[in-house]
Design a protein around this ligand. Structure first.
Ligand code: SME
Length: 164
């Protein structure tokens, strides 16, 4: 089961995320490598839901700078300062940011002009330090809601609670 890449489009979101989480946890069992886990989660989320861009920006200077990490999609900008754009806002606040319409978000950073809505979720490590943010961009407005927020926060809690 763990070797397949699931396509969960067409399933109710809650069920899709539950299946994705079970699958991701099975694949990542025994893994103790953040980049490996980020690459795996990017791949699984991207192919499960078919969004425009799915990936991580890693904290390279705490409180100051994010740099792109594993992702799937078109070319992402390489670095984002804390406080800038949706990713930098999420990183600075340590909170998930859901943007229904990126054109209405002051300071939104456009990497791909097709992006219309976005969710950015902070990723914390074992000591509650900010490791990265998970950014998912959609070509459609109003794509993400509290179901995505809760499911993605739960998925990335792997980095905080992993057993390995
Ligand atoms: N839109 C993001 C930038 C990153 S990418 O879209 C891949 C932002 O405003 O932070």
């Amino acid at each position: 089961m763990a070797e397949v890449t699931l396509d969960l489009r067409g399933q109710p979101k809650t069920e899709a995320y539950a299946e994705l989480k079970t699958h991701a946890l099975a694949i990542l069992e025994g893994v103790d490598d953040d980049i490996c886990a980020m690459a795996t989660m990017s791949c699984l989320l991207h192919h499960a839901f078919g969004h425009l861009w799915t990936g991580f920006y890693r904290v390279v200077t705490p409180g100051k700078l994010l740099r792109v990490g594993p992702y799937q999609g078109t070319l992402g900008c390489l670095e984002i300062t804390f406080g800038k754009g949706v990713c930098g806002t999420s990183a600075a606040k340590g909170e998930t940011v859901v943007v229904a319409d990126v054109h209405a978000f002051p300071g939104h950073i456009t990497c791909d002009g097709r992006s219309a809505s976005e969710i950015v979720v902070p990723v914390f490590g074992r000591n509650r330090e900010l490791l990265a943010v998970l950014d998912i961009d959609s070509e459609h407005k109003n794509t993400f809601d509290d179901v995505d927020r809760a499911a993605l926060e739960d998925l990335v809690s792997w980095f905080q609670h992993r057993a390995a």
